[in-house]
Design a protein around this ligand. Structure first.
Ligand code: NAI
Length: 278
């Protein structure tokens, strides 16, 4: 299996790593060499940790050796499956899929790891809607069990089956849903994170107290503000905007504090500061 990944960030790097751990030949593309270098270093660190814990079936070097890093989209020509994990922006993703549709072999399947952008709209841009699907991994990819498989309006049964089997070969549990704003995961999760941010803005409690209340009181493994910082506040804002636009209800309106923090460049863990400092 030749597995392609676009974007060497938090998610793309993790997806590439797990694909390589599963024995696939992996090609990862990003726009600049420095992003590829950073992605490679993150994968290397994660593999070393898993190796120390005895959780790898081959050596980190062997696994890393299955991943090819490139800035060229044409490297995806022979891929059986390409998963996109670039910035959460509909126009940028659609533009990329328009190009990919021309580059990847006709029977190759294209997938998006988008958190919230309509799969059907990206499928149309790709020019191959039957062979297009949402393959939504969770963060951090090497540790999280779920892959949310999102069928677009024209996704074929064969495509859904191939992607489901691929997720299983990657040691994941795929669960399927249809293409509605936020799918299942983020339609339910994001309004909760947004409400926690609104609580900070209104002075209901300090961030530590909000997170503590949700952890201890609801048995959540991570508080909502820690989780928002972990996901990235820019990504959270994009998802809330998609929910608000797509479902219309005022309960999906992004908190003004979320908007302000993104404008200020406080994006959470990846920028060094969000609700907490890193
Ligand atoms: P990130 O900001 O860590 O990484 C994005 C990467 O894509 C960067 O390395 C960037 O240089 C690269 N990129 C941007 N435009 C590109 C292009 N045109 N061609 C190639 N590479 C390009 O973002 P992250 O967190 O990895 O998110 C990626 C996608 O995964 C988004 O769609 C997001 O909604 C989704 N996602 C994020 C989760 C999270 O917890 N962060 C969870 C599940 C899905």
């Amino acid at each position: 299996m030749h597995f392609g990944v676009i974007g060497a960030g938090q998610m793309g790097g993790g997806i590439a790593q797990v694909a390589a751990q599963s024995g696939f030949d992996v090609t990862v593309q990003d726009v600049q060499q420095e992003f590829l270098d950073r992605g490679r270093a993150t994968i290397q660190k994660s593999l070393s940790k898993l190796h120390e814990k005895g959780r790898l079936s081959s050596t980190p070097d062997e696994i890393l050796g299955r991943i090819r890093f490139t800035t060229e989209l044409t490297a995806f020509a022979g891929c059986d499956l390409v998963v996109e994990a670039i910035v959460e922006n509909q126009q940028v993703k659609a533009g990329l899929f328009r190009q990919l549709g021309e580059v990847v072999k006709p029977d190759g399947i294209l997938a998006s790891n988008t958190s919230s952008i309509p799969i059907t709209s990206l499928a149309t841009a790709s020019g191959r809607p039957e062979r297009f699907i949402g393959m939504h991994f969770m963060n951090p990819v090497p540790l999280m069990q779920l892959v949310e498989v999102i069928r677009g309006y024209q996704t074929s049964d064969a495509t859904a089956q191939f992607v489901t089997e691929t997720a299983e070969r990657m040691g994941k549990t795929p669960l399927s849903c249809n293409d509605f704003p936020g799918f299942v995961s983020n339609r339910i999760l994001m309004p909760m994170l947004n409400e926690a941010i609104q609580c900070v803005m209104e002075g209901v409690a300090e961030p530590e107290a909000i997170d503590g209340i949700m952890k201890l009181g609801m048995n959540h493994p991570m508080g909502p503000l820690t989780l928002a910082d972990f996901i990235g506040l820019d990504t959270c804002l994009s998802i809330m905007e998609v929910l608000h636009r797509g479902l219309g209800d005022d309960k999906y309106r992004p908190s003004p504090l979320l908007r302000k923090m993104v404008q200020a460049g406080l994006l959470g863990r990846k920028s060094g500061q969000g609700f907490y400092r890193y």
